[in-house]
Design a protein around this ligand. Structure first.
Ligand code: ADP
Ligand code: MG
Length: 593
């Protein structure tokens, strides 16, 4: 019979670390939250070795030398005394678990000097044990250096992702903190280089601009509203500035970043009629509610919250956004206010020297650059580099519309999103991305197989158990889609071949997306429905993007291919590909008739 005994503090902390410290990003989260709670106005985050080395430095109120060692004891906190205090909390932390948990799985050098004290203290801890202590007289504030994270828990080390992935998580996290706290200046130094910086002392749009750039910050409108449930403030993008993912949707409840699936769903509903399916607006929302009406203690890392009066919150959001969007014209009805002048074949500058309005470029090589922000691995591993699809031998069908047949491209416009073309005596605008999407989609379906290219060096991809299971079940389907891969280790695959029309960097994203589609759509059992569905996603992913410059030859080829499709009017997802203006319509608008 095993004897019952109380765990040592060290073991108890390591167990708690399993909950609080999943990965390096969770350490950053806890330490940055502490800095915010300490009233810091500037926080620097330095990371190296995929986050196994981290330093967080703040200019907050510091820690008194005599109680500094106590901060590393379990349940030591300055933020809460009674359980009832939990309902009135304004701070990020309160459990007094972070420092001891982190300390138990790493080596820590901690220095702190209170703002109102002459000297501070420096502590050195190994696996939670205090090994050295000395006076310290640096700048007021606190700096924690965490090194050799998980050095004494080899099992945890094995679960870490690649260095880039872990650093990516951390960067996203710092970005989120910066959005939630525009008044604090954040600096993120990744492997010795500054990777992100916000100035602090700014408003939300200022931070959005510093993080995501001018174009995004200018596509936003602000909302401000309140009801008995709380107050809402924030920015959302107009429906003509949407993304294919929700990665730029941030919701903060009392300045704490949280995921509230019900709010994401609500945003989808509000935008449903205004944007194509599966496009999402950029959203940053601050929700201030009385602390006692929100329970933050429902998740170990406080990522989820529960509202007491969810109905009020729902109406607060819905009313605010709908009021601001009221009267917004869906993009399809939008007609460019500026006339477009461009004679084909002239060398003269267009009458409007507006570079953004019309761009005619030198023919570029037939390789387009994907626009994703992700680091694309070097393409040296690719045997084939030309990814422009060739016309099918037997065109799937020819459009019966003789006018459509007369389309002749002139230029790209609107930041290389649309092709401007002659159309009989009129004018047509073609969405280059979905025109190619339509072509590829029909080509894949007609050939019942997506052409494949073999990689010289396999690409490794980590997947969760569900994804691996689905992939194994649908191996043949993925081969049909142009992929070839093999299980590698217990949670990864080695990709040996990818669709010919796809860039190497895109493959990594696309496989998880295709698997998600299978998971969510429930078509996995019906092989032909699944192939059809995945072809839509693949054709979209493989097509040139809005914003990619095209040479005249590329535009001509794109239009030739597109006109060869059976349904040149709508993309596989149901959006219009071409908008036409007849001469009569233009004459009327110019009041010639
Ligand atoms: P919690 O944040 O839940 O109170 P932690 O273990 O994260 O618990 O921190 C313990 C205590 O150490 C905090 O309550 C706070 O008093 C102090 N502390 C931690 N980090 C800082 C910091 N950067 N500046 C000032 N005080 C800090
Ligand atoms: Mg804390």
């Amino acid at each position: 019979m095993p004897a019952i005994q109380i765990l040592s503090e060290q073991v108890a902390n390591q167990i708690a670390a399993g909950e609080v410290v999943e990965q390096p990003a969770s350490v950053v989260k806890e330490l940055v939250e502490n800095a915010i709670d300490a009233g810091a106005t500037a926080i620097t985050i330095e990371v190296q070795y995929g986050g196994r080395f981290l330093r967080i430095t703040d200019n907050g109120h510091g820690i008194a030398p005599e109680s500094f060692p106590l901060a590393f004891k379990r349940f030591a906190t300055s933020k809460l005394v009674d359980f009832s205090d939990i309902w009135g909390l304004r701070t990020m932390g309160f459990r007094g678990e972070a420092l001891p948990s982190i300390a138990s799985v790493a080596k820590i050098e901690a220095v702190s000097r209170p703002v109102d004290g002459d000297t501070g203290r420096r502590l050195l801890l190994h696996g939670g044990e205090l090994v050295e202590e000395s006076p310290w007289s640096g700048a007021p504030g606190t700096s924690l250096t965490v090194s050799e994270l998980f050095y004494n828990t080899p099992a945890r080390l094995k679960f870490l992702h690649s260095e880039n992935t872990e650093l990516g998580y951390i960067q996203q996290l710092v970005q989120t903190f910066a959005l939630g706290h525009p008044a604090i200046s954040f600096k993120f130094i990744k492997n010795g280089k500054e990777a992100l910086y916000t100035t602090g002392n700014t408003h939300l749009q200022g931070v959005v601009r510093q993080l995501f750039g001018k174009e995004t910050s200018e596509a936003l409108f602000t909302v401000k509203h309140q009801n008995e449930g709380g107050q809402l403030e924030g920015v959302l993008s107009y429906p003509d500035f949407v993304r294919r993912d929700r990665n730029r949707q941030f919701i903060f409840v009392n300045r704490r970043w949280v995921k509230v699936p019900a709010i994401s769903k609500l945003l989808d509903d509000v935008y449903a009629d205004l944007v194509p399916k599966k496009y999402y607006p950029v959203v940053v929302l601050y929700l201030e509610v009385p602390p006692e009406t929100v329970d933050v203690n429902v998740h170990p890392t406080k990522k989820e919250v529960k509202f007491k009066h969810y109905n009020q919150i729902y109406h607060l959001l819905k009313d605010a956004i709908q009021k601001s969007l009221h009267g917004y014209q869906a993009p399809a009805a939008y007609i460019p206010p500026t006339p477009i002048y461009r004679q084909p074949e002239t060398e003269e500058a267009p009458p409007f020297a507006d570079e953004e309005l019309i761009q005619v470029r030198e023919p570029a090589p037939l390789v387009y650059q994907p626009r994703s922000q992700k680091i694309v691995p070097p393409v040296t591993g690719l045997q084939t580099q030309v990814i422009w699809p060739t016309a099918p031998d037997k065109p799937a069908g020819q459009t019966q519309d003789p006018l459509l047949q007369s389309i002749v491209p002139i230029a790209q416009t609107c930041r290389n999103t649309y092709i401007v073309a002659h159309y009989g005596e009129g004018l047509a605008l073609i969405d280059q991305h979905i025109a190619q999407e339509r072509y590829l989609y029909e080509k894949f379906l007609a050939e019942l197989k997506v052409p494949s290219q073999t990689l010289v060096m396999s690409l490794m991809l980590e997947l969760d158990d569900v994804a691996l299971g689905l992939l194994a079940e649908n191996h043949a389907l993925f081969e049909q889609m142009g992929f070839d891969f093999e299980r590698f280790g217990h949670n990864a695959i080695a990709i040996r071949a990818i669709p010919q029309c796809m860039q190497l960097g895109q493959a990594e994203d696309t496989i998880p997306d295709l698997l998600n589609e299978l998971r969510e759509s429930g078509v996995a059992r019906d092989k032909s429905a699944a192939f059809n569905r995945l072809c839509k996603t693949l054709s979209c992913r493989s097509s040139i993007m809005a914003g990619d410059p095209l040479s005249m030859e590329q535009m001509q080829e794109l239009i030739r291919n597109w006109l060869g499709t059976q349904n040149p009017y709508t993309c596989p997802h149901g959006r219009p590909i071409v908008i036409k203006f007849t001469k009569h319509e233009l004459d009327r608008r110019f009041m010639r008739v």
